[in-house]
Design a protein around this ligand. Structure first.
Ligand code: GLA
Ligand code: ZN
Length: 664
């Protein structure tokens, strides 16, 4: 188990480095990450390589018994490279090259950039391939983050046209697939096809989706190339990974494909960043961990865990005492096995003066230092437990094509994909169920419940797999707009919605309405009297964002719209084979989804744990031994099964559960 910090020795005077290393060791750390932005320090001029500084740093780190993760520095190229080859700079939608001065301003399709990046990566990894203290390589840093996944330059345009020619073969096939007859957009050749930059009205949906797929290929192709170089040059004792940033559903690259070449996934966990007045909700943090665990279907690292308030030009919320510790324990609960905190000490100069770390600029080891030391000392005995596999009965399915389709055409002003995914995820989180978040193309036959938020793009293959899953006893939960589109981002002629899942859902969609922000439409429980009481479902509720007006064919109605014009069903449940399918035809209110989630876990015998709002309980097992990770996400004192939880308390306790939730 590695526990440590992100450290930037190249930022500090030599005399401070020894003192820093003493302090890092004093945390109980055994690893530091270095180097991921130090290209100029290692290649000060074109073709002149100098690793002497890092040679001396590594000698000091080894002397302290610290292992090293070394970052390849392709996220921050030197100024001399931008000056010599300005074509490496990515371009914004207005055609302006991004200025040197930030980071990640490179174009993934620049041949020059790939050549120079390959060379520095090769020189660096070969130089340290036999260094026993370097146990892992981080490739680049947070690929595609901060808007760097998008470039509109001429290199990308030409590469996009080649990408389309490779995909479709003939321009007739592309025209037919896209429906370019519409608005007279028929292409005579691939070199007429534009990058879908700003235009009057909007672009062809199929073109837009292919552009997103091309962006993904660009980012992931660069990552694959650099990772291949590291693999070829590194020592057998060294692993290779990269660090995934937050906002992963808002990125233009498929993360499961992105992380395929790496030995393991690592996540950068920032529950609060920049000008946020409050952290993101606990269920959103939890989902981010489950997403990262789902990328390779196994536990993961965190190489940037927040301890100090972070921000570039604007900063905000200051984590309360023990709150960052609690977030660390939440990460360990959800599958993190090794953790590095960002960072040892914020730089006094440069763009991240306000990205505070463990030690502030006064260089005094204070509360945060003690907080990290307490995490390391308390988690270390559970190293084996943290390696155990997390088995979930519930999985949220996602698909980047579907996400990008919504991103180009969000249909409702109130739509946000991540919010709709969390709308279905959070009710099961509040029941302290373990939840996987996985790509839809994974084998999902072993789960009991599948959640499909805003899954408008469903092809026949996925529809058949979902039907088989339900027929075999599984429960499928769709939210609105299910099955609307095919994988070309087009609608189907002559097919009643929800398209290929219509018989699974047992409904026909009569019509739909996009709801504006802040608008809710009332729904009322279909069951009355005792039936309603039995069902635990609130008598009245409401939908935001969207409404699909459902006509039950074989499904039972749980809720209908309370609307004189549109009294159609709003929420239905359909028996399908041994299983069932729910259709939730709008952004249903939280308390109602909580009641539906409770119904589902009870009908499927899924282990869940009751806890006070704000108290998260996560079960981990190691053979017969079972533990609760108990986390108080609130500023109030809480209790759980006789445990008193101070504000932002976090603890691991043996689970002595015999209650109604039953054993797993
Ligand atoms: C990201 C980056 C780091 C640093 C931090 C600041 O996670 O990976 O280099 O910029 O944010 O919070
Ligand atoms: Zn480009």
């Amino acid at each position: 188990m590695y526990l440590g910090v992100d450290y930037y020795p190249d930022y500090w005077p030599e005399h401070l480095i020894d003192e820093d290393m003493e302090g890092i060791v004093g945390l109980g750390a055994n690893m530091v990450r270095i180097g991921e932005f130090a290209w100029h320090r290692m290649e000060p001029r074109d073709g002149e390589f100098d690793f002497s500084f890092f040679d001396s740093v590594i000698a000091k780190l080894k002397n302290k018994g610290l292992s090293i993760m070394f970052g390849t520095p392709t996220a921050t190229f030197p100024a001399w490279l931008a000056k010599k080859h300005p074509a490496i700079l990515s371009e914004d939608e207005a055609g302006n090259p991004r200025a040197f001065g930030g980071r990640r301003q490179y174009c993934f399709n620049s041949a020059e950039y790939r050549r120079y990046s390959a060379r520095i990566t090769e020189k660096l990894v070969e130089h340290y391939r036999n260094e026993p203290a370097i146990v892992s390589w981080q490739v680049d840093n947070e690929f595609g983050h901060e808007g760097s996944d998008m470039c509109y330059c001429g290199q990308c345009h030409a590469a996009f046209q080649r990408f389309l020619k490779d995909k479709y073969g003939s321009i007739d096939k592309l025209n037919d697939t896209y429906g370019t007859i519409f608005w007279g957009q028929t292409y005579n050749d691939f070199d007429e096809i534009p990058v879908p930059k700003k235009t009057i009205t909007t672009h062809n949906p199929s073109l837009q989706l292919d552009w997103a797929r091309f962006r993904s290929r660009s980012v992931n192709g660069f990552a694959e190339e650099m990772t291949g170089i590291v693999r070829r040059c590194k020592g057998d004792h060294q692993t290779v990974m990269t660090n995934v940033s937050g906002g992963f559903f808002g990125k233009w690259f498929d993360h499961a494909e992105h992380t395929k070449p790496f030995d393991f996934v690592s996540y950068d966990n920032y529950p609060v960043w920049g000008g946020l007045a409050e952290p993101i909700p606990p269920y959103a943090i939890a989902m981010s961990h489950d997403f990262n665990r789902g990328l390779k279907g196994r536990n993961y690292w965190i190489v940037e865990e927040l301890m100090g308030a972070q921000g570039h030009d604007v900063i905000g919320y200051l984590p309360r005492p023990n709150q960052a510790r609690m977030w660390s324990f939440q990460a360990f609960a959800h599958g993190c096995t090794d953790m590095l905190y960002f960072c040892w000490r914020a730089m006094t100069r440069g763009a991240e003066q306000f990205c505070l770390g463990i030690v502030d600029h006064d260089n005094v080891r204070g509360r945060k230092y003690d907080e990290v030391r307490s995490v390391f000392s308390e988690i270390a005995p559970y190293a084996e437990l943290l390696q155990t596999e997390i088995q979930s009965d519930i999985a949220v399915l996602y698909d980047y094509d579907n996400i990008w389709s919504w991103r180009f055409q969000r249909q409702s002003e109130a739509f946000d994909f991540t919010a709709e995914l969390l709308r279905l995820y959070a009710p099961f989180y509040r029941l302290n169920c373990r939840i996987d978040v996985i790509p839809a193309d994974r084998d999902f036959s072993r789960y009991k419940v599948l959640l499909l938020p805003a899954f408008q793009m469903i092809d026949d293959g996925l529809a058949e797999r979902l039907k088989t899953f339900a027929a075999n006893g599984g429960t499928v939960v769709f939210s609105f707009r299910a099955g609307l589109k095919d994988k070309n981002n087009n609608l189907r002629l002559g097919a009643a919605l929800p398209g290929p899942v219509a018989d699974l859902c047992g409904v026909r969609i009569e019509a739909s309405e996009a709801l504006p922000k802040d608008k809710m439409v009332p729904v009322v429980a279909a069951a009355a009297g005792n039936a309603a009481a039995e069902s635990l479902l609130p008598e009245r509720s409401a939908c935001a964002v969207w409404r699909d007006l459902l006509i039950p064919v074989t499904a039972e109605t749980l809720y209908r719209f309370d609307d004189p014009f549109f009294p159609e069903a709003a929420v239905t449940r359909n028996r399908y084979g041994e299983g069932e399918a729910y259709y939730i035809g709008g952004g249903l209110a939280e308390e109602t989804l909580d009641a539906i989630a409770r119904t589902i876990v009870n009908r499927n015998g899924i282990c869940h744990i009751e806890s006070e709002p704000g108290v998260e309980v996560y079960v981990r097992e190691d053979g017969e031994a079972r533990y609760w990770f108990v986390l108080n996400h609130t500023a109030e004192e809480k209790s759980f099964r006789g445990l008193t939880l101070k504000p932002y308390d976090s603890m691991i306790v043996p689970a002595d559960e015999e209650g109604p939730a039953g054993r797993r």
